[in-house]
Design a protein around this ligand. Structure first.
Ligand SMILES: Nc1nc2ncc(COP(=O)(O)OP(=O)(O)O)nc2c(=O)[nH]1
Length: 277
């Protein structure tokens, strides 16, 4: 299959801008680790999406299944995920900023793309749902490929594990006909990683430059912050911002956050100060 022309103009424009783009998190789930249940009602989800756009979000990442890697929980069926998305997705798309669909199921991603979602966000990096790569190629949309593992041996070098994972994902993508420049890599902060490994991934994020692909980082409210400063998820804004400023300085071009205004302010002030060097 001939690789399709990538990335779409809207994504290229965001990636060529000076500062990183900001992706606002919209969880329409009852159990997301930091804001579960707050936006499950369609009108609440729409109010949240509008507020994040007003705060400056360049992309809205909508997800209807918590990706929280907890053992033994009943996974959400595609029907349930779709039932959560159906009352709200088209209205969020109509707000006019690109919408990313955060789903592990190609069936859900296909439906969301039909509703106007502009980018697939696969927390399993094309390595879990066998239909995801073919779908992304056939629909000619960009895709976030996130590093994920059930768990990584703490003795392993997390960056080596990540590089091997991305090599596999990129091979799957190439074989499916996904153009390489339609891919965004993501270190998957908090996924299958100890707090130490998450912080190492942030500290050494610049090593991913070897892939010559845009990097997305979502450190927002993640558990590693509590390992340094004990706190509940909704009380981790300071740590989230610190992590995202470092990620931006080490090459992240998209920042995925629940707190758009504060994150944007931090990124802009950091950039302004750095420009005085
Ligand atoms: N690309 C990408 N997608 C993600 N999706 C969910 C979460 C987990 O955060 P959240 O959505 O707030 O929680 P939950 O999965 O429990 O809904 N983190 C990422 C991430 O770091 N990168």
């Amino acid at each position: 299959m001939v690789a399709s022309p990538h990335p779409p103009a809207w994504l290229r424009a965001l990636l060529e801008r000076r500062g990183p783009a900001v992706m606002g998190v919209l969880n329409i789930t009852p159990d997301s680790f930091s804001d579960g249940g707050q936006f499950i009602a369609p009108e609440q989800a729409l109010v949240r999406a509008r507020a994040m756009i007003a705060d400056g979000a360049d992309i809205i990442d909508i997800g209807a299944e918590s990706t929280r890697p907890y053992k033994g929980a009943k996974p959400v069926t595609a029907d349930e995920e779709l039932a959560r998305l159906k009352p709200v997705l088209a209205a969020v798309v109509a707000l006019g900023v690109p919408v990313s669909i955060d789903s592990m199921k190609s069936e859900v991603v296909a439906w969301a793309l039909d509703q106007g979602a502009a980018i697939a966000n696969d927390v399993w990096g094309l390595q879990r749902d066998a239909g995801m790569a073919a779908l992304v190629a056939a629909r000619n949309v960009p895709v976030v490929v996130m590093h994920n593992r059930d768990s990584v041996d703490p003795a392993l070098d997390i960056m080596q594990d990540m590089a091997a994972f991305f090599d596999r994902s990129l091979d799957i993508a190439a074989k499916a006909g996904i153009a390489r420049d339609g891919i965004v890599l993501d270190p998957g902060i908090g996924f299958g990683k100890t707090p130490e490994q998450s912080m190492t991934a942030l500290a050494r994020l610049d090593e991913l430059a070897a892939f010559d692909l845009p990097i997305l980082v979502g450190a927002s409210r993640k558990r590693f912050i509590a390992s340094v400063s004990p706190s509940e998820p909704q009380d981790r804004l300071g740590g989230s911002i610190a992590a995202h400023v470092i990620a931006a300085q080490r090459g992240a071009r998209i920042i995925r956050t629940h707190d758009v205004a504060a994150t944007l302010q931090a990124l802009r002030v950091t950039e302004a100060i750095e420009s005085k060097r």
